[in-house]
Ligand binder design. Structure first.
Ligand SMILES: [Zn+2]
Length: 306
């Protein structure tokens, strides 16, 4: 079923590429007035939206469909979403089955739209709970963000080729920042004693992070918060925490913390802090960028487990 949706969505994306010339004509018209209007870019999640801002800077006006703290797995469209989608020059989605609601939204938006999948080129991890679904949380391996940024730059250049050098220069700078973030995460996680490097969270959003930076990760829910938590899942996680004598578990800004708080109360593990998983922080806070949110996560994890 999910595969069918994915195939359909790819078909929609290909069809929508045909609107490219339309966008180009519009931006060229604006230039005749002496000042080019910004491109309007819609992203599905705040993480992608932040990367768009870094690559597009003052050439783009941006909007994230899922706002700060919103869970993209269970998102329900608001009446304003299709309107913004229909006004957009280009839409960036994560893909890997994260935004299964997007196809419907584009249908409601009524117009052919340019849709780019920012994970194109990334080999996804799959769900280890036996469903074989791709794990959408590729953004937590910082090296994957370079692929996201590259795809975003290509998308922006395709609708605004006159500013190619500008986008490419911003991309280069952003990639340098991401490279140093990646090195910093490695050093920080390495400072945690090896047997404490276990990350327990509400849902399986950190498997790419664990693989890239050497942590065991375990989520109460699977890779989607749509999965129902069984009593057995709770019991297994409690047993696991007790057997490893883990001292902290972590809640997430976009997921209800209730069950994890219950697990914490039934074990010796405290709540080590709140992590950003499927959303970054408020725009005017230090965690309001991908880099800031990841730095917050790593500092929180290190402080709790060291
Ligand atoms: Zn998630």
């Amino acid at each position: 079923m999910k595969k069918a949706v994915l195939i359909l969505f790819t078909a929609v994306s290909i069809f929508m590429s045909c609107s490219e010339n339309e966008s180009r004509v519009k931006t060229t018209d604006n230039k005749t007035q002496g000042k080019r209007d910004q491109i309007f870019v819609v992203s599905t999640i705040t993480i992608i939206n932040d990367i768009v801002k870094n690559i597009g800077r003052e050439k783009v006006k941006t909007h994230s469909i899922c706002g700060v703290g919103i869970d993209p797995h269970t998102y329900h469209a608001t009446p304003v979403d299709p309107k913004l989608v229909s006004k957009s020059d280009i839409i960036f989605i994560n893909g890997l089955n994260l935004e299964h609601w997007m196809e419907e939204m584009i249908k409601f938006a009524g117009g052919a739209k340019r849709v780019e999948t920012v994970t194109t080129g990334i080999t996804p991890l799959t769900d280890d709970k036996g469903f074989g679904d791709p794990d959408p949380h590729a953004w937590f391996d910082a090296r994957n963000i370079k692929v996201y940024a590259d795809n975003i730059a290509k998308g922006l250049i395709s609708i605004d080729p006159e500013n190619e050098a500008y986008y490419k220069s911003n991309l280069e700078q952003y990639i340098l920042a991401i490279d140093s973030l990646h090195e910093w995460i490695l050093r920080e996680i390495n400072s945690i004693p090896e047997d404490h490097r276990v990350l327990i969270t509400s849902h399986d959003a950190f498997r790419y992070f664990g693989k890239a930076y050497g942590m065991d990760v375990k989520g109460l829910q699977g890779i989607s918060t749509e999965a129902k938590v069984q009593t057995e899942d709770v019991k297994n996680l409690i047993d696991f925490i007790k057997s490893k004598n883990l001292k902290s578990v972590f809640i997430e800004t976009s997921v209800n913390p209730k069950l994890l708080e219950q697990i914490s109360s039934e074990t010796n593990a405290n709540i080590g802090g709140t992590l950003f998983s499927d959303s970054i922080g408020n725009e005017d806070s230090p965690e309001g960028t991908y880099i800031g949110a990841v730095r917050h996560n790593v500092n929180t994890i290190v402080n709790a487990l060291k």
